[in-house]
Design a protein around this ligand. Structure first.
Ligand code: SF4
Length: 370
């Protein structure tokens, strides 16, 4: 392990091993880490990555054992949003070739949700584009919640509809919604760099309103939008103050046709450090590995399970994710258990078909596999 982690210019580096031990002790006893301690995780060297993951895994295991909660997204209304969130493929003026449609009906939405539930999802996330819902939109969403809960009373329903009034939050709760998602996305001081049509304070207000109405607060971040490490620490600490029950960690999907389309800033190793940092800052929150995991983590995805205790199953709002059965396979192969199931999903029986006899390359007329 390297001896020190460089901090800001002019500051002395910190001892990483000592800091990781401090972070772990604080996380296990519910204490808030300092900015510098959280920053040290993001500033650690690639050579120290396995040490960071091993230590953060102790925290993850303490609170969530080896369970992985599956969440399933249903995009109730896609595209054509009047807001201008720079990262979003559904923003006004977006040139991304995404699906655009108006509200799904309750039965259609419930049928889509049922697919995710049969795949193992314990939570269904109902999402609609827009600044915030109208009263009629709340009627629509409560009808969807009713249709889902009628067939799957055990499933948690989370709504994600934008800025919310107190009354709307209360109506959603009364209709059976369990949680409300509204991400802080990035540090407050740079919010105007990623959106000009609403503010960071608007977002904080909505998270508070949802919590006040008895909805489980879900609020997270999007990494990879050109922010500094300090900004990621800032937003993680701000989230801790809001005490969300779940914290989705998204990695920017730089959609063509959006202002952030060229922001390919993340490496798989840094994504893992970000997840570890969030785990230390919000140790007992459900840290969810969210959008962008496939394209940014690549073959390192399974390592993220040692840090996050929750993932989205299957597709995202406007882009496709890894196949659902591959998500389940990844969880089983890494030795984790899908929440709500008794044991790790056994590997597919009949291994014989997994052995493919070579029919290309040397000794054949076909080019080799390289
Ligand atoms: S409000 Fe939501 S749907 Fe609209 S642009 Fe922002 S993130 Fe996208």
């Amino acid at each position: 392990m390297s001896e020190t982690v460089p901090m800001s210019e002019g500051e002395t580096g910190v001892d990483l091993l000592e800091t990781l031990n401090t972070l772990t002790a604080k996380a296990l006893s519910g204490q808030r880490p300092t900015r510098d301690e959280a920053l040290a995780v993001l500033r650690s060297e690639d050579d120290d990555l396995m040490d960071v993951i091993a230590v953060a895994f102790r925290v993850r295991r303490f609170y969530f054992a080896k369970r992985v909660k599956l969440n399933f997204l249903v995009n109730l209304k896609s595209g054509l949003c009047p807001e201008d969130c720079f990262y979003c493929s559904q923003r006004r003026g977006s040139g991304a070739g995404i699906l655009k449609y108006s509200w799904l009906g309750p039965e259609e939405a419930a049928a889509v949700a049922a697919t995710g539930i049969s795949g193992g999802a314990r939570r269904v996330c109902l999402v609609a584009s827009g600044r915030g819902p109208s009263e009629r939109d709340i009627d629509r969403v409560t009808a969807v919640i009713g249709a889902i809960k009628a067939k799957h009373p055990e499933v948690e329903v989370c709504a994600c509809l934008g800025l919310l009034s107190d009354d709307q939050a209360a109506r959603l709760r009364a209709a059976g919604a369990y949680a409300y998602n509204h991400n802080l996305n990035t540090a407050g001081q740079r919010y105007s760099e990623i959106c000009t049509t609403h503010t960071y304070e608007d977002r904080i207000d909505t998270v508070r309103r949802a919590k006040h109405a008895g909805l489980s607060p879900c609020s997270g971040i999007i990494a990879g939008m050109g922010e500094r490490d300090e900004d990621l620490v800032e937003v993680a600490l701000a989230l801790r103050e809001l005490t969300p029950d779940s914290v989705p960690v998204n990695f920017l999907i730089p959609f063509q046709g959006t202002p952030l389309s060229t922001q390919w800033n993340l490496t798989p190793r840094h994504c893992l450090r970000i997840l570890a940092m969030v785990r230390f800052v919000c140790p007992d929150a459900e840290v969810r590995l969210a959008a962008g995991r496939e394209i940014h983590l690549g073959s390192m995805q399974p390592l993220a399970l040692y840090l996050a205790n929750s993932i989205f199953l299957g597709d995202y709002l406007t882009s496709e994710g890894q196949e659902g059965h591959q998500d389940l396979k990844m969880i089983a192969e890494a030795g984790f258990t899908v929440e709500g199931q008794q044991s790790t999903t056994p590997m597919a029986a009949g291994g014989a078909e997994r052995v493919v006899l070579r029919q290309r390359g040397a000794g054949t007329g076909l080019p080799p596999n390289a």
